[in-house]
Each structure stands twice: as structure tokens, then as C-alpha cells.
Design a protein around this ligand. Sequence first.
Ligand SMILES: NC(=O)c1ccc[n+]([C@@H]2O[C@H](COP(=O)([O-])OP(=O)(O)OC[C@H]3O[C@@H](n4cnc5c(N)ncnc54)[C@H](OP(=O)(O)O)[C@@H]3O)[C@@H](O)[C@H]2O)c1
Length: 250
Amino acid sequence: MADLKKAMVTGASEGMGRVFAQRMAARGYQVTLVARSEGKLQQLLVELGDGGHRYMVADLSTEAGMGAVADDIRSSQYELLINNAGISISGGFTDLTLEQQLAMVRLNCDSLTTLAYAFLQGAKAGDALLNVASIMGFFPYATQTVYGASKAYVISLTEGLWYEQKARGVFVMSVCPGPTATAFFDRAGIDGGPPKGITQTPEQVVEVALKALDKRGAPTHISGWFNKFLASLPRILTRKAAVQALAPKG
Ligand SMILES: NC(=O)c1ccc[n+]([C@@H]2O[C@H](COP(=O)([O-])OP(=O)(O)OC[C@H]3O[C@@H](n4cnc5c(N)ncnc54)[C@H](OP(=O)(O)O)[C@@H]3O)[C@@H](O)[C@H]2O)c1
């Protein structure tokens, strides 16, 4: 197993993370899966079969969870880190608890930054960091306000790191999905689930991300033409008009 390339995928128990893990294992990577649901990680490990794959159970919204995974990154020398774990919570800012929203920021921003730091400190030329952001990082979105802000952070961080790391030959990119058919909507408490007609599958998003990863070009990749259109609205409209046009009605 010594010659295999190693990848870590966070949020690998479900949704896009699960597909990322399957694809990287199929490409011959030795994959470390990270999430909280041990049963689902065990199941995926069996599905992935031989190849030296492993899992870590960690709650990345806690200091202990991010610390343990960061330590593993420092000692394991991964060639690829896919920072995918993330959640949203739907509701008015003051209708939700502060703690719920801060826990989301710890997962979506603090843990992503902590793991990126551990990875990039030890990265070598040819290594890559892929952060999963969202089209909601391009515009303010009422009722998922903190979520949108957390993803704007991911996009901005990724673009800065892309430039900083270029000289070392380390590639940093984000993929920005729009609505994607995963458990995300249920978990976030979004009424009605993903919008009909414009929702992608996790496989479609992962394909866009991995093509971009292979190409090692631009830092930011939006999945799907309709999502590209949505992400461009604040540049076509004013930001004030965009937040009003995009806000869920009723
Ligand atoms: N689905 C969409 O419409 C959409 C759109 C744009 C961007 N995204 C982004 O895409 C990424 C993946 O989302 P998804 O749609 O695949 O969602 P998902 O199906 O709900 O999967 C989320 C993954 O994150 C893990 N996770 C959640 N909380 C965690 C925690 N505290 N510590 C460690 N792992 C945690 C979950 O595993 P456990 O519960 O087992 O911990 C699960 O594996 C997220 O960053 C999300 O923001 C999603």
C-alpha cells in the first residue's frame, strides 16, 4: 500500500462526500472517510473493498473533532484533501438559536480552515485541496443567511489560497453546487426539499469537481449552467436587488 496516493474526504457518510470517496477509491486512491455516523462509514468502507481505506469518526463542529482530524492530516501526508462536510439551517437569524448557527460556522468555516492549514503546511508539489462551497456564497440568501455567509468565506479563502499556493505547485479549488439531491435539505429543515427542475445529482456535481481537479485551472467552479446564471445575478443586478429577488417568498 506504500505507493498508493492518499485522499481524505470529510462528510463522506452521505451525499456528495460519499460519491467523492467512491470516485477517488475508483481512481486508486487510499481514502480516509470522515464523518460522525460510524455505521454509514463502516458500510461505505465495505463497499469500497480492498485498497487500505479507513475511516475516522469525528464531529468537525467541535475543537476535539477538528484537532483529531488535523493531527491525522499532519501525520498521514495526504495528496488530496476534500473539505466537503457542511450543513445549513433554514430559518430567520433571530428565530434560530445562536448556538445552532455558531456550530454551523465552526463546521463550515473553522474546521475547513483548520484542516486546510494542516494539509497545506505539509503539502508537496502536485498535491491538491478541494473545498466544497455553494452558489449561496455568491449572494446573500435570506433564511439561510449565516450559511450563505459561511460559503462566501469558503469561496474567498479558496481563491486567495489558490494564488498563494500556485508557486509551490499545490492546487487549491472550490466547487460551488446549487441545489443537489442529498439529505442536506431535510437536515436543514428546508420546506419542500430541493426545487424541482434545477436540482442536480451528487454524481453530476462530483463529475464537474473532478474534471476541474484534473485540469488544475481556475480556483472556482460552479456546477451547472443554471447555477452559473444564479451566481452571476449580483453582478447583473445590484446586490440589493439580488437579495430581494432571490429571497424565498411567502
Ligand atoms: N445539497 C445541496 O443542495 C448543496 C448545495 C450547495 C452546497 N452544498 C454543500 O455540499 C457539501 C456536502 O453536502 P451534501 O449535500 O452532500 O449534504 P449531506 O448529504 O447532508 O452530507 C453532509 C455530510 O457532512 C457530514 N457532517 C455533517 N455534520 C458534520 C459534523 N458536525 N462533523 C463531521 N461531519 C459532518 C455528514 O455526516 P454525519 O452526519 O455522519 O456526520 C454527511 O456525511 C456541504 O458542504 C454543503 O454545504 C450542498
